[in-house]
Design a protein around this ligand. Structure first.
Ligand code: ATP
Length: 245
């Protein structure tokens, strides 16, 4: 990958909490329009990585660059304006607001406060995730699946170049999972958004992503195509907990 094609670049990133090294020496490059799966056993450091990219945490070592610009230590609200959006493992929607109002929060924020532009962006995002019919339903009355889609719509409405998805399929049934897969593909294909997707449902990642990164105990142990990943000895050991035969 040429440097000018790289959207996000992590260079030797380390995160330590006191004496505990949670991520160590992480190098990751995300190109334009990539759909990358980020997997790893519990406690591998996946959420911490997202918290570093979105500046909720500051790395103890290393640099993070977005579109060539060093964003290490940038304030979280600036990260959003620069074009990085995320969803959360535990859905964070405003329960007393309608679906549309929730999305407007993202649209106004990402659009720099212009309401007319934000309204159009919010309507388009609702349509993209298939929630137009639930536009005026309060989030408190929506299913978990719809709330997860709503979070994606809110993120998309802020017009990001990079979207970080934190376990969007957790708690969904097979039908809902298929719907989520379709939406993730649409976000990437129709919006040209690069996606870094943390997921425990590894089979979905292997089917949908062209590239997969694996973390284990805070180290990046593999980065390649799904075919390469399933044959990788370190990955097999990390998941099975014992040396592969
Ligand atoms: N604020 C914190 N202070 C101390 N330790 C932390 C903090 N945040 C995370 N950790 C530790 O860092 C390690 C990685 O946690 P993280 O949540 O990033 O893993 P994960 O791969 O997202 O796990 P899961 O798949 O279970 O969500 C864990 O050992 C966790 O206890």
């Amino acid at each position: 990958m040429q440097p000018d094609e790289t959207l996000l670049r992590l260079e030797a990133v380390q995160k330590r909490f006191g004496g505990l090294v949670v991520l160590n020496n992480i190098d990751i490059a995300v190109g334009a329009n990539e759909l990358i799966g980020l997997i790893g056993p519990n406690g591998a450091g996946k959420s911490t990585l997202f918290n570093l990219i979105t500046a909720l945490y500051t790395p103890t070592q290393g640099r993070i660059r977005f579109r060539g610009r060093d964003i290490t230590g940038t304030a979280p609200h600036r990260i959003c304006r620069l074009g990085i959006a995320r969803t959360f493992q535990l859905v964070r929607t405003f329960l007393t607001m309608t679906a549309f109002e929730n999305i407007m929060v993202g649209a106004v924020y990402g659009g720099g406060g212009r309401v007319r532009h934000a309204t159009a962006a919010a309507e388009e995002a609702l349509e993209l995730v298939g929630l137009t019919a639930k536009r005026d339903v309060r989030t408190a009355h929506m299913t978990l699946s719809d709330r997860r889609l709503l979070e994606i719509a809110r993120a998309v409405a802020s017009s990001p170049a990079l979207l970080l998805l934190d376990e969007p399929m957790a708690g969904l049934n097979p039908t809902e999972i298929q719907r989520m897969v379709d939406v993730i593909r649409r976000v990437r294909n129709e919006r040209g958004v690069s996606i870094l997707w943390v997921e425990h449902k590894v089979d979905a990642i292997m089917k949908v992503c062209s590239r997969v990164i694996v973390l284990d105990h805070g180290e990046k142990i593999a980065d390649g195509t799904p075919r390469e990943i399933v044959a990788n000895r370190k990955v097999i050991e990390a998941y099975l907990g014992e040396p592969a035969a």
